[in-house]
Design a protein around this ligand. Sequence first.
Ligand code: BV8
Length: 247
Amino acid sequence: MPLRPDIIQTLRDEGAPIVILTGAGISRESGLHTFRDPDGIWARYDISEVATPEAFATNPDLVHHFYNDRRRALTDPAILPNAAHHALARLERDWPGDVLLVTQNVDDLHDRAGSQNLIHMHGELLKIRCLQCGQQHHWPGDLGRDEACPSCRHVAGLRPDIVWFGEMPREMDRIDRALTDCGLFVSIGTSGTVYPAAGFVQIAAQAGAETIELNLEPGHGTTAFDYCQYGPATLLVPGFVDQLLAK
Ligand code: BV8
C-alpha cells in the first residue's frame, strides 16, 4: 500500500525530517550486482572468506582480489548513477526539512548524483585505510599487500575502507539520533538481512515515524513497515519523490 496523500501533506507541512536507508538494489539498474539475488556477489564468494577481519588476516590476497574486481567494475565509465539516485539528491535539495541518506552501499553513486547529507555506514570501495597511522586515502585502482601508505610510508598495512562482518558500522550515534527524530523512514532496495541496518525500521517506528519499504520484492523485515511499494527502483523512487514534493 502506498503512503497516503494526506499523510504526505502533513509531513510536508511540518517539514518532517526524513531518514532514507538504501541497499544494493538501488544500484542494480546502474549495472552493479546485488549480494543475495541469484546472480549476486554472495553466489560467487563465501562471505567468511572475503568480508571479515579474519579473512583479511588469513588470506589478504583473496580479499584484495575480491575488492580489486569490484573497484574495477565501479570505475568502469559505463557505471553511472541512475534515476533513483538522482531523485534522492533532488529530495534532499527540495524537501522543507532535513533528509539524511544512510547507505549500506560501498559504491559512490549517491555521491556522484549529488547527495550531500550522506552516511556510508558500511564504508567506501574507493577508499583505503592504513592500519598503522589510521589515515584514509582515495584509492580508485588495485590494492596489493605490498603497497606503502601514502601518509606514513608503512608497507603492508593498507586495507579496503570497508566495514566487514563483526566490525562496527560507521556513525551509529548520528544514525540512531536521526532515526528517533524522523517523521518518515524509507527503506529502498535492501533485503533487510544485515544488522544493525535491518533494525532501523523498528527504531523509527517505535519513535512514531511513518515507515515505507520500496523494493523489487518484499524484504525480510517487510511486515515491520506501515507502507510498501514494489517494482524497480528507477521507476518507484522518482515517482515517490514526486509525490513527496507534490510534483
Ligand atoms: C555489527 C561488506 C556490532 C561490504 C557487508 C545474528 C543475528 C543478528 C545479527 C547478527 C547475527 N550474526 C551476526 C550478526 C551481525 C552481522 C549481521 O547482520 N549478520 C547477518 C548476516 C545476520 N552484522 C555485522 O557484523 C555488522 N556489525 O553488527 O557490529 C554492532 C552492535 C550494535 C550496534 C551496532 C553494531 C557489520 C555488517 C557489515 C556488513 N558489510 N559487506 C562489501 O563488501 O560490500 S554486508 C553486505 O550486505 C553489503 O554491505 C550490503 O550493503 C549489505 C546489505 O545487503 P543489501 O544491500 O540489502 O543487498 P541484498 O543483495 O541482500 O538485497 C538487495 C535487495 O535489492 C533485494 O531485496 C532485491 O529484491 C532488491 N532489488 C534488486 N534489484 C532491484 C531491487 N530493488 C529495487 N530495484 C531493483 N532494480
